[in-house]
Design a protein around this ligand. Sequence first.
Ligand SMILES: *Cc1c(COP(=O)(O)O)cnc(C)c1O
Length: 411
Amino acid sequence: MNNLRPKHAPLLQFPVRDNCIEIGGMSLTRLAQRVGRTPFYAYDRQKITERVAFLRQHLPDEVHLHYAMKANPMPAVVQHMASLVDGIDVASVGEMRVALDTPMPSGLISFAGPGKGEDELSCAIAAGIVLNMESEQEMERIANLGTCLGIRPKVAVRVNPDFELKSSSMKMGGGPKQFGVDAERVPAMLGRLGKLELDFEGFHIFSGSQNLKIAAIQEAHEKTLQLGISLAQYAPGPVRLLNIGGGFGIPYFPGDEVLDLAGVGENLQRLMPEAKQQLPDVRVVIELGRYLVGESGIYVCRVLERKMSRGQVFLVTDGGLHHHLAASGNFGQVIRKNYPVVVGNKVHGNEREVVSVVGPLCTPLDLLADQMEMAKAEMGDLIVVFQSGAYGLTASPTAFLGHPAPIEVLV
Ligand SMILES: *Cc1c(COP(=O)(O)O)cnc(C)c1O
């Protein structure tokens, strides 16, 4: 029975030596000493570099790679990423400042998101970054601000496509959405755009996130390129930018399989010639967040207590939901499933047991692992949550209950 239960995809990114995980070429116990206290997030610089190289190997040369930095906005990570990718996508003025501190040219930074404030828009216009417009009203505001500032804003139209990314865990396009302009309204908007003092760059079409299904991604890429081509006939100038989104998923839960990136690449290879022919000036962009950083990061907390309750073992740790909401199952999951979790300094311990890993918060939601099998842990051991390089710290309610925030390191 037991071997029929779905398992986590094998985690091979961090070597194990003397039963202890290594990250950034350092044993986890040594790193914990170096950091000085738990809990902490650690991101592996080399793994991020390798991930970008892996993408470059499989995607067509003409496809540009952008980093959607809301996945992990740690400034050191964004700096490192800026040396590897072709652009950065930001979603707030705070993210924009971090991106502008990197060597990335401002024309290769874009700013998406509904409800951008006038101050945010003004900063972005002055910086010369590309504004992905989410509505017709926003277009008018940007044009007015550009006139006031005496600067021609660079803009792209974010399109809410007339199709959905199938099997995506987070749909961000298709049907009624707060993101982008409904595809059927875009031709009229482009007509108006041509009369305003705006530099038209192109389109941004993002249909969803965390997709592991190759066929769904292939279909979305094909439809997205077709939509971009068909909208181009209404554009006031050549389409120079076509951001076709991303949505590449990573395996988090038992039964999740690794995305077939080669299949994604082959399909794009097939589609690119027509896109280049129809849109000769175009730069096709794929924007990725979690796929670039998610697997390079771990969250580490320490066992404070082993507690028995009616036959079940609870490992009470100093980490929890307030630092890692997603691993607790409360960041968009419908049914709670376990992230991959191990005892980082006793990975293959011969004594094994089924435990629940909990945090210090006074809520039963504060659960990092629910009845998972792992090596027998004692007080002081280090619990590691894998797949934690994206939507970790900044997607968590750190103020809840007033415990100290975790440290972040890039190693
Ligand atoms: C959040 C977001 C992304 C990144 O999504 P991932 O699942 O982390 O790859 C990309 N583009 C847009 C517009 C987003 O809002």
